[in-house]
Write a protein that binds this ligand. Structure first.
Ligand code: HMG
Length: 396
């Protein structure tokens, strides 16, 4: 393959849970002021999966339009990034592979490193495509973010799946070298196998995230990366959108630029936060929802260089850039994304609380789930310790 052949994101599609809890509704229970939620953490609502939805159904729903548009003939690898896996052994991507009828001649693997997993998958995918540009790789990021009830993290929950088709001569964004990397063993956020909710030291996690911005940026520059002035907009991992403001201030400072002009920092990140502020933290998918927001709502970006800061607690971080491809707008899925957000059914706090304490049985008994999912696929039942998924058809 010629050294200058572009490789990157050819298509990007996301879906989210079918229910939505607003922070106004949450605040009625927690007593927190709306301004703390809206301005303090920059969140207005969180997606909540219905009981018959999970990372697999959201992922299949997000990926279906990608396959419909491009077919599956060239896909040789499916990389599924998640930190809320439904199984300790089987890759969630195999369910997606089956639901979408993908060819058997595909390798399917699941990757984990907190919210960073999808970026690892994207980098592996670009390397695979560079080694054989006739191939395409499906990268899927899907997560349900859950914290303990009545904990500070609860207000930052969310759920979404992003599907990306990685190919040579991509329609949306070519991924550039070099990357800036930073790994540090830190217990800021983690989830032991026996827990369904994360354990988090909120303050520590904020410090670890911001330090990682500085460290990954310096590594990026030392490896010959562009000066920040050449980067149009940076998409940050957004566990809550206000963090992008602080991260961008840090990046400006790390690059020796002025981070004190708060209005300018707000303006720089605003186009990237529109989906995440109403969906919440979608862990691995979050930064790619920031990219969708930017491409769909920002000014024309043809030929511009974008920056990406990916962070996964524990922790691993990466700073890299991508080049927006001329004519990218023709490949966007703006209407479908807006519809996926708009169709969510609002729930009150009591309903949310009821859903949170309902768990699937773990005794192997058959358990049918009522059809509530609004997407194309649903979890129909569990039986004999298996999750049985099906195409959703029409809701009764
Ligand atoms: P908290 O205790 O609810 O909130 O925790 P707070 O008291 O720190 O207030 C938050 C902000 O709101 C503060 O702003 C307040 O001043 C402001 P700051 O001082 O930081 O600039 N505030 C107000 N603003 C306007 N009007 C008001 C008002 N009151 C207060 N009335 C915390 C917040 C983020 C710690 C919590 O939500 C949490 O623990 N979240 C989970 C952890 C997290 O998201 N960490 C982020 C970095 S780690 C990461 O990104 C990885 C992750 O995605 C997981 C993974 O990698 O898998 C989480």
């Amino acid at each position: 393959m010629p050294a200058d052949t572009a490789v990157g994101i050819h298509d990007l599609s996301f879906r989210t849970g079918s229910l939505v809890l607003t922070h106004e509704e949450l605040g009625k229970h927690t007593g927190a002021s709306l301004s703390k939620y809206h301005e303090g953490i920059g969140q207005r609502a969180m997606s909540v999966p219905s009981p018959d939805e999970d990372i697999v159904t959201m992922a299949a729903d997000a990926t279906r339009p990608v396959i419909e548009r491009h077919g599956a003939d060239r896909i040789r690898t499916l990389l599924f990034a998640t930190e809320t896996a439904v199984d300790q052994s089987k890759a969630a991507g195999i369910y997606v592979h089956s639901l979408l009828g993908l060819p058997s001649q595909v390798r399917v693997v699941e990757l984990k490193q907190a919210c960073y997993g999808a970026t690892a998958a994207l980098q592996l995918a670009t390397a695979l495509v560079r080694s054989d540009p006739t191939q395409q790789v499906l990268v899927i990021a899907s997560d349900v973010a859950r914290y303990d009830l009545d904990s500070p993290g609860e207000a930052t929950q969310g759920a979404a799946a992003a599907a990306m088709l990685v190919s040579a001569e991509p329609a949306l964004v070519a991924i550039n070298s070099p990357s800036g990397l930073f790994t540090q063993d830190v217990m800021d956020f983690w989830r032991p196998n026996y827990r369904s909710t994360a354990v988090v030291d909120g303050r520590k996690s904020l410090g670890a995230y911001i330090r990682a911005v500085d460290a990954a940026w310096h590594d990026y520059r030392e490896r010959g990366g562009l000066p920040l002035e050449k980067i149009h907009t940076v998409c940050y991992h957004q566990p809550f959108t206000r963090i992008a403001f602080k991260a961008h201030q840090q990046l400006l400072q790390s690059a020796g630029l002025d981070g004190d002009d708060e209005a300018a920092v707000d303006e720089a990140i605003a186009p990237t936060t529109r989906y995440n502020e109403i969906i919440g933290n979608s862990y691995t998918a979050s930064m790619y929802l920031a990219l969708a927001s930017l491409l769909e709502t920002g000014s024309a970006l043809d030929g511009e260089t974008l920056g990406f800061f990916s962070y996964g607690s524990g922790s691993v971080a990466e700073f890299f850039t991508g080049q927006v491809r001329p004519g990218y707008r023709a490949a966007l899925r703006t209407d479908a994304h807006r519809e996926a957000v708009a169709r969510r059914r609002p729930i009150d706090y009591a309903t949310y609380r009821r859903l949170r304490v309902q768990d699937l049985p773990t005794d192997g008994q058959r358990h049918e789930l009522t059809h509530q999912a609004l997407g194309s696929f649903r979890l129909a039942r569990v039986q004999a310790h298996q999750r049985i998924y099906e195409a959703a058809g029409r809701r009764p």
